[in-house]
Design a protein around this ligand. Structure first.
Ligand code: HTL
Length: 619
């Protein structure tokens, strides 16, 4: 069936039975390909019926279907002309793991970060109406993504303007971890109420027959329970029509409903209840683990391979646990990334000093500010890419009053298969401009621990950035000393100093080999720089090669140039990092090589600086 689908219009010709068969084929294909490529399996499996129903009833690309985050849209990709390329999912040069406007006319938005679909839908609606067009707009948003401020603020405006659009709330009770928030609690009451109404409808017929008086009593009890379970529907307060909840795996019912509501005027929310991972037992049982997976064996008894070894995230989480054991003021904050940030165990150990604020990075940062003002020592664990959401909060709420807030910035640098929406390559440029804020980057887990400990006592905001991936594990109780503000000479040399940090330090050492002319410096303090060492290197006439897993514009290398200028020192400087374009998806190693920040790239740069190693061709 799937092979015959060239575009969504082909769905309109299928019978109900054929559509149900298609749903099964889509699931099998998603599981087969993701088992090879890795990807957001559980989210995409849960949305298959929904995607089929939407494409059956609406007419993409004329009608616009906007997927929030875009990680649940694999079935959409398979149905919109990308079946043959689906095997390249998330690979270098392949199709993206999220929807992407430049990839297909059926992808209405380019996305990867959460909570944007409703504002985009509002923009589409304003454009449609301004141009006198009449296409339909459908935003599909998860209950997780609906915890984001952007989504809630857009709802507020959508309700006011009464623009025609359908918002499909795909409620699976999960963000990556179990979902949080008051609205989430409310959705649970709606589900209970709907169950009660079903039971009631069944019971009513029986009761009426047995005893009219009992029926009357039940009818009154029904009113009482309704009040108990369902307070005034908040969407009504927003002037948005609410329908649901309905079973998101009942294809027939979904199609019937969508068909009947597609022409409704004004904004409508259809609350659809789905099961994350639906159709793949392991994922249904453990949707957290199967939210995003690496390649996995198709054997049903096997677990996903999360990649062996000790992650930077765990190195952070373990260190924080030990610090929190000693210091009762430590308080960890995550914007919906408990597992990814290595905080699962911390959250269990210190539930009273832990908060998941939902997919709301702005709230995470400003809650940190409030905690600091209230006398705690907040640690905001946040991915570099998601910190972009909260730049003003860092500036206005934290840095302005020099508050003691630590930012543990995970996934700094290119992240690999998630691609440009998720690369963490802007944090240094953004944060470097902010007064009071200090920026550090450890070379390994031990140094991360040292930095975290030092940051907690130095005062004012401190950002510690570390990459996605593995690092060597360290023993509990390992707290190496670190001299605040000082770089570390890792290898001596006479002619050129490579200034590298974090993920690029290993490459620098590999490129330097045992060449006596090449010095390698662990430039772990990015702000403030170790200006004393920099001045000394320049004074000695050393050439300088900066290497960063970050954009060149405004990054570490720029900071070095600025410092030399400020100090009135001259040095020949060459900078390696990402050029002024968005880095694509691919493995981290592929992307490092592409930008020439890996060992081979550094060797070429050394050659350009005149340090050509004898006996080798390139350098
Ligand atoms: N913060 C922001 C701004 N965007 C993203 N994408 C994240 C964090 C990380 N993230 C995802 S998917 C996801 C999060 C938190 C959960 C979304 O939950 P939702 O969908 O209920 O909307 P579900 O997976 O189907 O349950 C990714 O980075 C892919």
């Amino acid at each position: 069936m799937l092979e015959k689908i060239r575009g969504p219009e082909d769905l309109k010709r299928l019978s109900e039975e054929e559509l149900i068969e298609l749903v099964g084929e889509l699931r099998s294909e998603i599981i087969r390909v993701v088992s090879q490529t890795g990807g957001h399996l559980a989210s995409s499996l849960g949305a298959v019926e929904l995607v089929v129903a939407l494409h059956r009833v609406f007419s993409s690309p004329r009608d616009k279907i906007l997927f929030d985050v875009g990680h649940q849209a694999y079935a959409h990709k398979l149905l919109t002309g990308r079946r043959e390329r689906f095997e390249t999912l998330r690979q270098y040069g392949g199709i993206a793991g999220f929807t992407k406007v430049s990839e297909s006319e059926h992808d209405a938005i380019t996305v990867g970060h959460a909570s944007t679909s409703l504002a985009s839908a509002l923009g589409y609606a304003l454009a449609r109406d301004a141009q006198g067009e009449d296409y339909k707009i459908v935003a599909v948003i998860g209950d997780g993504a609906l915890t984001g401020g952007m989504a809630l603020a857009a709802l507020n405006k959508i309700g006011e303007l009464q623009k025609d659009m359908l918002i499909v709330l795909n409620d699976n009770e999960m963000s990556i971890s179990p979902n949080v928030g008051a609205l989430n609690r409310y959705f649970r009451t709606l589900q209970v109420q709907s169950w009660f109404q079903d039971a009631e409808a069944r019971g009513k017929r029986v009761l009426e027959r047995i005893s009219p008086r009992l029926y009357e009593f039940a009818d009154r009890a029904k009113e009482a329970t309704r009040l108990l379970f369902a307070p005034e529907n908040p969407f009504h307060a927003w002037r948005i029509r609410y329908l649901g909840p309905v079973d998101g795996h009942n294809l027939k019912e979904l199609i019937y409903l969508l068909d009947h509501i597609k022409d409704l005027k004004g904004p409508t929310i259809l609350h659809v209840v789905t099961k994350k991972g639906y159709g793949y037992k392991l994922a249904e049982k453990d949707p957290v683990k199967w939210h995003g997976v690496g390649p996995f064996p198709l054997d049903p008894d096997a677990a996903p391979q999360k990649g062996k070894g000790y992650s930077w995230s765990l190195a952070f989480g373990d260190a924080l646990i030990e610090l929190a054991e000693e210091d009762p003021r430590i308080f960890a904050i995550t914007p919906a990334m408990r597992e990814g940030s290595g905080l699962s165990e911390y959250a269990e150990r210190f539930p009273e000093r832990y908060v998941d604020v939902g997919i709301a990075e702005e709230v995470a940062v400003t809650t940190g500010a409030g905690l600091a003002l209230g006398g705690m020592k907040p640690v905001v664990a946040i991915y570099s890419t998601f910190l972009q959401r909260a730049v003003d909060q860092v500036i206005h709420d934290v840095a302005l009053e020099n508050l003691d807030v630590i930012f543990a910035i995970d996934r700094a640098g290119v992240v690999g298969a998630d691609g440009p929406t998720h690369h963490g390559v802007f944090d240094i440029s953004i944060l470097r401009a902010i007064p009071n804020l200090k920026i550090l980057a450890p070379k390994d887990a031990a140094e991360l621990r040292a930095m975290l400990k030092a940051a907690l006592s130095v005062g004012g905001p401190v950002a510690i950035r570390y990459p996605r991936g593995k690092t060597a594990p360290v023993e509990r109780g390992t707290w190496p000393a670190i001299e605040w503000g000082r770089w570390e000479v890792v290898k001596e040399g006479s002619e050129v100093a490579i200034l590298a940090f974090g993920a690029t330090l290993g490459y620098a050492l590999a490129a330097a080999g045992d060449d006596p002319r090449v010095m390698v410096v662990n430039a772990r303090f990015i702000k403030p720089l170790d200006e004393a060492m920099l001045a000394e290197l320049a004074g000695r006439g050393m050439k300088i090669l900066t290497v960063e897993d970050h954009q060149l514009a405004g990054g570490f290398g720029s900071a070095v140039l600025e410092a030399l200028e400020r100090m009135g020192k001259k040095a020949e400087v060459k900078r390696l990092g990402y050029p002024d374009r968005f880095m694509p998806q691919g493995t981290q190693a592929q992307l490092h090589a592409l930008a020439g920040i890996d060992a081979a790239g550094i060797r070429s740069a050394l050659a350009e600086l005149g340090v050509v190693r004898l006996g080798t061709k390139s350098a």
